[in-house]
Design a protein around this ligand. Structure first.
Ligand SMILES: C[S@@+](CC[C@H](N)C(=O)[O-])C[C@H]1O[C@@H](n2cnc3c(N)ncnc32)[C@H](O)[C@@H]1O
Length: 327
């Protein structure tokens, strides 16, 4: 019984990662990187080709984008029946090198299906071998493994366009990459929220954010390390600094700005802005200095020892703030 309970709980947790990206969201983002994909090997490594629109997008756009190869790996346990022994079906990966019979459709006979030895975990040795072959990785990875997922991409020096939650900006593993301009945000979702296909929507029933097999997830963004023109758009500002409206933090030498659009045009010192600023961040216009909440994200040990709440004004805590400075 205990064993079944553990299995049940694990299955519940896994289900939270089971939502699928819509084709038009993929198209809307990837149209901005079209030139980049020419002659590239693309890997989608969290994608069951039976349901993944990433696989659909790249296989159907193969010739249009001028791709070299598409590799898709499927994580097996997502299809495992909770009460089966989970060993009946092997994980597979697919390789597609383009249309051969001239009908411009990826046919079954043109898609090479190969078995994996393990379960298709992106961290497994055989999946890492496939990663090494790839130039660029594009997917919506499990949010619960986002830190590890990104670390692996950085370790193997891969280009990527992936979906994640904006809260990942505040992770100590991710923030330094953003500060050092090794990762930035892509074009994003309309209204800052994505609608994903969710086969387990009954699990979200109490959240009130599901509809017709879809789930609305607010705060989802695209993370990438591929150049975009959006990244160099100047943020237009109109407000002037005054010390009444822009208070300083009690324990950090920066002014607080509650909305990105209210960043004062004429302030040269450090400013604390909400994480949504990253969507407008132009590295030629601003420099990222740090991230603060209770402590500094970059100087965590020292500030923790000091024990002073950093993003506080007159004893009232603010949310996490990105500390920036005009260039
Ligand atoms: C948010 S879903 C997105 C699925 C698909 N990429 C899409 O966008 O439609 C994340 C997927 O990662 C899979 N997954 C979970 N853990 C994984 C792992 N360790 N390795 C590879 N894939 C994993 C899940 O089964 C799930 O299908």
């Amino acid at each position: 019984m205990a064993n079944i309970n553990i299995k049940l709980r694990k299955a519940q947790a896994n289900k939270k990662d089971e939502f699928y990206t819509q084709l038009n969201d993929i198209e809307n983002e990837l149209r901005h990187y079209k030139e980049f994909f020419k002659n590239k090997t693309v890997l989608c490594n969290c994608d069951d080709p039976r349901v993944s629109n990433f696989f659909h997008y790249f296989s159907y756009s193969f010739e249009h984008l001028g791709l070299k190869k598409l590799i898709t790996t499927c994580y097996k346990s997502q299809n495992a029946d909770l009460f089966s022994r989970n060993d009946s079906e092997k994980a597979v990966y697919l390789e597609y090198t383009g249309d051969k019979n001239g009908d411009r459709i990826p046919d079954k006979s043109e898609i090479g299906i190969k078995e994996l030895k393990g379960d298709g975990d992106f961290r497994s040795k055989e999946c890492i071998e496939l990663l090494k072959q790839a130039d660029v990785v594009v997917t919506n990875p499990p949010f619960s493994l986002f830190r590890e997922y990104v670390s692996q991409l950085i370790k193997y020096e891969k280009k990527f366009v992936i979906i994640g939650h904006q809260n990942a900006i505040t992770y100590k593993e991710i923030f330094p990459l953003i500060k050092e301009n090794k990762i930035w945000l892509g074009y994003g979702f309309k209204g800052g929220a994505g609608h994903f296909i969710n086969p387990y929507y009954e699990d979200y029933a109490t959240a009130g954010n599901h509809k017709d097999g879809m789930i609305r997830v607010s705060g989802v963004v695209w993370f990438t390390n591929i150049e975009t023109t959006k990244r160099y758009e100047e943020l237009e500002l109109y407000k002037k600094y005054n010390p009444i409206e822009y208070s300083k933090y009690d324990n950090y030498d920066a002014i607080n700005v509650d909305k990105t659009s209210e960043i004062p045009i004429d302030y040269e010192g450090m400013m604390g802005v909400p994480i949504t600023f990253l969507d407008k961040y132009n590295p030629n216009q601003f420099e990222i200095i740090d991230g603060i909440g209770r402590y500094s994200i970059l100087d965590n040990e020292r500030t923790k020892k000091e024990g002073k709440y950093l993003s506080m004004i007159n004893g009232q805590a603010k949310y996490f703030r990105v500390i920036i400075k005009r260039k």
